[in-house]
Design a protein around this ligand. Structure first.
Ligand code: TXA
Ligand code: MG
Length: 309
């Protein structure tokens, strides 16, 4: 864990409107004072993130929910009690404290209490709420180590707090509690099965309006290399050999049997390593099943989506 002086400095920089990258249990975040509009704007600028793309407000504890959400349904209390601190984000009707710059002008705000000791300590010493989008350039693979953050931003951030590799390696699960029934907006570290068990109810499948045809799926989490998906290891190997025969530099991910937790923990590092090795194509085996596999497929399908540029 980072030393006490570094954690104090992090809180001081944040109070002064600066940007601090720090580890959470999911991925590294690029943090700024959630109530300082200029600081929030700087994070958007550094990331290259469009202004209408809302950010998650990170809270020190669940009691702060009341300051940021104007309505808190029972399901929010149940999920906060069960999963906070942890890799779960709740979308709720916003209070006046959640400004347009944070919510992208929407009437809702995304809130989470992270579990990582470094994130918790910095939030505690800072004393307020922090926005913390994933610490990567917009559209690219998230950062799961301090070195990833440094590679993306270098001197663009005021401080990078090194807390080792992020534990889970995939972003938090986002649950929308602002409508009539809870729904999962982004699968992640807390699985659908665990949410349904806590709520005692089935979560509806995504609304059709949020399911996009693959041709229009926004590219995200994407390395510079093109990403191709394979349904099993033998197909991936065959495809990699075919591409190599055509003269392409190819990296391959997910062909060896390994726990899903390991693949989640390593995924972004492997995509980044493929770029560092000069790969033109990364062939990735899509994991099967529910739970963390669903979160991995979500990230991989977006990483493989056609690029805007
Ligand atoms: O695990 C995580 O959540 C990480 C760590 C650093 O906490 N953060 C993260 O932030 O993934 P970011 O900015 O990369 O992703 C935030 C996601 C975006 O997909 C955004 O659209 C969604 O949260 N989001 C934020 N506010 C929202 C809102 N009011 N309604 C719906 N979605 C929202
Ligand atoms: Mg992100």
């Amino acid at each position: 864990m980072a030393d006490a002086a570094t954690l104090d400095r992090a809180a001081e920089i944040l109070r002064g409107g600066g940007i601090v990258a720090f580890p959470t249990e999911t991925v590294y975040g690029l943090a700024a004072d959630a109530e300082n509009e200029a600081a929030v704007r700087r994070v958007f600028a550094v990331k290259g993130r469009p202004l209408d793309h809302p950010v998650i407000v990170h809270l020190g504890d669940a009691a702060a929910l009341r300051a940021w959400a104007r309505a808190i349904p029972d399901a929010a209390h149940v999920l906060a009690q069960r999963f906070w601190p942890g890799p779960l984000t709740l979308v709720l009707p916003r209070s006046a404290r959640a400004r347009d710059v944070v919510t992208g002008g929407q009437d809702t705000v995304a809130l989470r209490v992270p579990a990582h000791p470094v994130a918790r300590t910095i939030l505690g010493r800072f004393g307020g709420a922090l926005i913390a989008p994933s610490a990567n350039r917009f559209g690219g693979p998230s950062a799961t180590t301090a070195a990833h953050v440094a590679a993306d931003f270098g001197a663009g951030v005021d401080l990078i707090v090194d807390g080792g590799a992020a534990t889970i390696g995939l972003e938090s699960t986002i649950v929308d509690l602002s409508g009539d029934a809870p729904s999962i907006l982004r699968p992640g570290g807390v699985t659908r099965e665990a949410l349904e068990a806590a709520l005692g109810a089935a979560l509806p499948p995504r609304e059709s309006s949020t399911v996009r045809a693959s041709g229009t799926l926004p590219s995200h989490y994407a390395p510079s290399a093109r990403v191709e998906l394979a349904v099993d290891a033998s197909i991936a190997v065959t495809r990699a050999l075919e591409l190599r025969a055509e003269g392409a530099r190819v990296a391959i991910v997910g062909t060896e049997p390994e726990p899903l937790e390991t693949l989640a923990h390593e995924l972004y590092a492997r995509l980044r390593a493929a770029d560092a090795d000069g790969a033109e194509v990364v062939v990735v085996v899509l994991p099967l099943g529910e739970g963390l596999a669903a979160a991995l497929r979500d990230r991989l399908v977006r990483a493989a989506a056609p690029r805007q540029d």
